[in-house]
Unconditional design. Structure first.
Length: 239
Protein backbone atom coordinates (compact mmCIF):
# COMPACT_ATOMS: atom_id res chain seq x y z
CA UNK A 1 0.00 0.00 0.00
CA UNK A 2 1.77 3.17 -1.15
CA UNK A 3 1.82 6.20 1.04
CA UNK A 4 -0.33 9.10 -0.08
CA UNK A 5 0.36 12.81 0.47
CA UNK A 6 -1.28 12.79 3.89
CA UNK A 7 0.67 9.76 5.08
CA UNK A 8 3.99 11.35 4.15
CA UNK A 9 3.21 13.87 6.86
CA UNK A 10 2.09 17.47 6.65
CA UNK A 11 4.20 18.43 9.70
CA UNK A 12 7.32 17.03 8.01
CA UNK A 13 6.65 18.92 4.78
CA UNK A 14 6.01 22.15 6.70
CA UNK A 15 9.19 21.57 8.74
CA UNK A 16 11.11 21.33 5.47
CA UNK A 17 9.58 24.61 4.32
CA UNK A 18 10.64 26.27 7.58
CA UNK A 19 14.10 24.79 7.13
CA UNK A 20 14.34 26.12 3.59
CA UNK A 21 13.47 29.61 4.85
CA UNK A 22 16.09 29.38 7.60
CA UNK A 23 18.85 28.05 5.34
CA UNK A 24 18.23 30.81 2.81
CA UNK A 25 18.80 33.46 5.51
CA UNK A 26 21.81 34.45 7.55
CA UNK A 27 21.94 33.25 11.19
CA UNK A 28 19.84 35.53 13.39
CA UNK A 29 17.64 36.77 10.53
CA UNK A 30 14.01 37.35 11.48
CA UNK A 31 11.83 35.03 9.37
CA UNK A 32 8.50 36.45 10.53
CA UNK A 33 5.97 35.90 13.27
CA UNK A 34 4.75 32.39 13.90
CA UNK A 35 1.50 33.31 12.16
CA UNK A 36 3.40 34.74 9.16
CA UNK A 37 5.36 31.54 8.71
CA UNK A 38 2.32 29.35 9.33
CA UNK A 39 0.48 31.12 6.51
CA UNK A 40 3.50 30.65 4.25
CA UNK A 41 3.40 26.93 5.00
CA UNK A 42 -0.39 26.92 4.46
CA UNK A 43 -1.14 24.48 7.30
CA UNK A 44 -3.32 24.41 10.39
CA UNK A 45 -2.12 25.70 13.75
CA UNK A 46 -1.72 22.19 15.12
CA UNK A 47 0.25 20.99 12.10
CA UNK A 48 2.43 24.11 12.21
CA UNK A 49 3.21 23.66 15.90
CA UNK A 50 4.38 20.10 15.22
CA UNK A 51 6.42 21.29 12.22
CA UNK A 52 7.99 24.05 14.29
CA UNK A 53 8.94 21.52 16.96
CA UNK A 54 10.69 19.43 14.29
CA UNK A 55 12.51 22.46 12.88
CA UNK A 56 13.65 23.50 16.36
CA UNK A 57 14.83 19.98 17.21
CA UNK A 58 16.97 20.09 14.07
CA UNK A 59 18.56 23.34 15.16
CA UNK A 60 17.19 25.28 12.19
CA UNK A 61 15.22 28.04 13.91
CA UNK A 62 14.89 29.82 17.24
CA UNK A 63 11.61 31.17 18.61
CA UNK A 64 11.55 34.37 20.64
CA UNK A 65 8.33 35.43 22.41
CA UNK A 66 7.01 38.92 22.97
CA UNK A 67 7.16 42.13 20.93
CA UNK A 68 9.69 41.87 18.12
CA UNK A 69 9.69 38.11 18.54
CA UNK A 70 8.90 35.34 16.12
CA UNK A 71 11.03 32.88 14.21
CA UNK A 72 14.73 33.50 13.61
CA UNK A 73 17.24 31.57 11.52
CA UNK A 74 19.58 29.70 13.84
CA UNK A 75 23.33 29.31 13.51
CA UNK A 76 24.01 25.71 12.63
CA UNK A 77 25.64 24.01 15.61
CA UNK A 78 27.82 20.92 15.08
CA UNK A 79 24.92 18.79 16.36
CA UNK A 80 22.49 20.37 13.92
CA UNK A 81 24.93 19.86 11.06
CA UNK A 82 25.26 16.22 12.11
CA UNK A 83 21.52 15.68 11.95
CA UNK A 84 21.14 17.50 8.66
CA UNK A 85 24.05 15.61 7.12
CA UNK A 86 22.26 12.35 7.94
CA UNK A 87 19.09 13.67 6.32
CA UNK A 88 21.12 14.53 3.22
CA UNK A 89 22.04 10.88 2.64
CA UNK A 90 21.35 9.50 -0.81
CA UNK A 91 17.97 7.82 -0.94
CA UNK A 92 19.23 4.52 -2.34
CA UNK A 93 18.46 1.24 -0.60
CA UNK A 94 21.92 0.96 0.93
CA UNK A 95 21.62 4.31 2.69
CA UNK A 96 18.19 3.51 4.08
CA UNK A 97 19.38 0.08 5.21
CA UNK A 98 22.28 1.75 6.99
CA UNK A 99 19.88 4.18 8.67
CA UNK A 100 17.76 1.27 9.94
CA UNK A 101 20.79 -0.62 11.20
CA UNK A 102 22.25 2.35 13.09
CA UNK A 103 18.85 3.46 14.41
CA UNK A 104 18.22 -0.04 15.78
CA UNK A 105 21.62 0.01 17.48
CA UNK A 106 20.63 3.24 19.25
CA UNK A 107 17.20 1.95 20.35
CA UNK A 108 18.36 0.49 23.71
CA UNK A 109 19.85 3.86 24.71
CA UNK A 110 16.66 5.67 23.70
CA UNK A 111 14.37 3.26 25.56
CA UNK A 112 16.48 3.04 28.72
CA UNK A 113 16.78 6.83 28.91
CA UNK A 114 13.04 7.22 28.29
CA UNK A 115 12.37 5.05 31.34
CA UNK A 116 14.45 7.43 33.47
CA UNK A 117 13.29 10.74 32.06
CA UNK A 118 9.62 10.31 31.03
CA UNK A 119 7.07 12.23 33.08
CA UNK A 120 3.47 11.03 33.59
CA UNK A 121 2.49 13.45 30.81
CA UNK A 122 5.09 11.88 28.50
CA UNK A 123 3.76 8.40 29.27
CA UNK A 124 0.28 9.66 28.36
CA UNK A 125 1.54 10.81 24.94
CA UNK A 126 3.12 7.40 24.34
CA UNK A 127 -0.16 5.71 25.14
CA UNK A 128 -1.98 8.10 22.81
CA UNK A 129 0.32 6.93 20.02
CA UNK A 130 -0.46 3.32 20.91
CA UNK A 131 -4.14 4.23 20.52
CA UNK A 132 -3.35 5.66 17.08
CA UNK A 133 -1.55 2.44 16.15
CA UNK A 134 -4.52 0.40 17.34
CA UNK A 135 -6.95 2.55 15.36
CA UNK A 136 -4.88 2.14 12.19
CA UNK A 137 -4.69 -1.62 12.79
CA UNK A 138 -8.47 -1.80 13.20
CA UNK A 139 -8.91 0.24 10.01
CA UNK A 140 -6.54 -2.13 8.17
CA UNK A 141 -4.34 0.86 7.27
CA UNK A 142 -0.68 -0.25 7.47
CA UNK A 143 0.62 3.13 6.29
CA UNK A 144 -1.12 5.05 9.09
CA UNK A 145 0.00 2.34 11.50
CA UNK A 146 3.63 2.75 10.50
CA UNK A 147 3.50 6.53 10.85
CA UNK A 148 1.94 6.23 14.32
CA UNK A 149 4.74 3.80 15.18
CA UNK A 150 7.40 6.28 14.04
CA UNK A 151 5.74 9.10 15.99
CA UNK A 152 5.83 6.97 19.13
CA UNK A 153 9.57 6.45 18.72
CA UNK A 154 10.08 10.14 18.02
CA UNK A 155 8.34 11.02 21.29
CA UNK A 156 10.40 8.46 23.19
CA UNK A 157 13.53 10.09 21.81
CA UNK A 158 12.21 13.57 22.55
CA UNK A 159 12.69 13.19 26.31
CA UNK A 160 16.31 12.10 25.96
CA UNK A 161 18.71 14.42 27.82
CA UNK A 162 21.51 13.96 25.27
CA UNK A 163 21.33 16.49 22.39
CA UNK A 164 23.74 14.36 20.35
CA UNK A 165 21.75 11.16 20.75
CA UNK A 166 18.47 12.96 19.99
CA UNK A 167 19.94 14.54 16.85
CA UNK A 168 21.38 11.29 15.53
CA UNK A 169 18.36 9.15 16.31
CA UNK A 170 15.68 11.50 14.99
CA UNK A 171 17.66 12.22 11.82
CA UNK A 172 18.02 8.49 11.15
CA UNK A 173 14.32 7.99 11.86
CA UNK A 174 13.53 10.73 9.34
CA UNK A 175 15.62 8.97 6.67
CA UNK A 176 13.63 5.77 7.18
CA UNK A 177 10.28 7.58 7.36
CA UNK A 178 10.85 9.74 4.29
CA UNK A 179 11.93 6.89 2.03
CA UNK A 180 9.52 4.13 2.98
CA UNK A 181 6.87 3.86 0.28
CA UNK A 182 4.92 0.70 1.14
CA UNK A 183 4.50 -1.92 3.84
CA UNK A 184 4.31 -5.65 3.26
CA UNK A 185 4.24 -8.59 5.63
CA UNK A 186 7.01 -11.15 5.47
CA UNK A 187 6.30 -14.27 3.44
CA UNK A 188 3.81 -16.54 5.16
CA UNK A 189 2.21 -13.75 7.19
CA UNK A 190 -0.55 -11.20 6.60
CA UNK A 191 -0.31 -7.45 7.03
CA UNK A 192 -2.87 -7.71 9.82
CA UNK A 193 -0.60 -10.14 11.64
CA UNK A 194 2.36 -7.81 11.14
CA UNK A 195 0.47 -4.87 12.65
CA UNK A 196 -0.82 -6.91 15.58
CA UNK A 197 2.65 -8.28 16.40
CA UNK A 198 4.20 -4.82 16.24
CA UNK A 199 1.37 -3.33 18.28
CA UNK A 200 1.78 -5.88 21.07
CA UNK A 201 5.56 -5.33 21.16
CA UNK A 202 5.10 -1.58 21.48
CA UNK A 203 2.42 -1.92 24.15
CA UNK A 204 4.94 -3.87 26.23
CA UNK A 205 7.68 -1.37 25.41
CA UNK A 206 5.62 1.55 26.72
CA UNK A 207 4.52 -0.47 29.75
CA UNK A 208 8.16 -1.25 30.54
CA UNK A 209 9.14 2.41 30.21
CA UNK A 210 6.28 3.39 32.52
CA UNK A 211 7.18 0.65 35.02
CA UNK A 212 10.89 1.47 35.02
CA UNK A 213 11.97 -2.03 36.00
CA UNK A 214 15.37 -2.71 34.34
CA UNK A 215 14.69 -6.42 33.73
CA UNK A 216 11.32 -5.71 32.13
CA UNK A 217 12.89 -2.99 29.98
CA UNK A 218 15.58 -5.40 28.76
CA UNK A 219 12.91 -7.95 27.85
CA UNK A 220 10.79 -5.37 26.04
CA UNK A 221 13.81 -4.12 24.07
CA UNK A 222 14.71 -7.70 23.10
CA UNK A 223 11.15 -8.39 21.92
CA UNK A 224 11.05 -5.11 20.02
CA UNK A 225 14.35 -5.98 18.28
CA UNK A 226 12.99 -9.34 17.13
CA UNK A 227 9.84 -7.71 15.74
CA UNK A 228 11.94 -5.24 13.73
CA UNK A 229 14.48 -7.81 12.53
CA UNK A 230 12.64 -8.23 9.23
CA UNK A 231 12.26 -4.51 8.43
CA UNK A 232 14.13 -4.88 5.16
CA UNK A 233 11.70 -7.53 3.93
CA UNK A 234 8.58 -5.78 5.22
CA UNK A 235 8.96 -2.39 3.55
CA UNK A 236 9.58 -1.30 -0.03
CA UNK A 237 11.88 1.71 -0.21
CA UNK A 238 12.66 4.18 -2.95
CA UNK A 239 15.85 3.68 -4.91
Amino acid sequence: MATDETAVGRPERAARQIGDLARAASPGTWLGTKEDVRRTCDVSVGTFNEALRLAQSRGLVRVRPGPGGGLFAAAQSPLARLGNSVLALDTDETSVADAIRIRDALEPLIINDAAWHSSPADIATYRAQLDAMAAARDDADPTAFLHANWQLHERLAGVNPSPMLRAMYTALLDVVRNHTTAVHAAEGHTTDELMQTRYEAHVELVAAVADGDPERIRGAIARHSVVHANDHRQADRTT
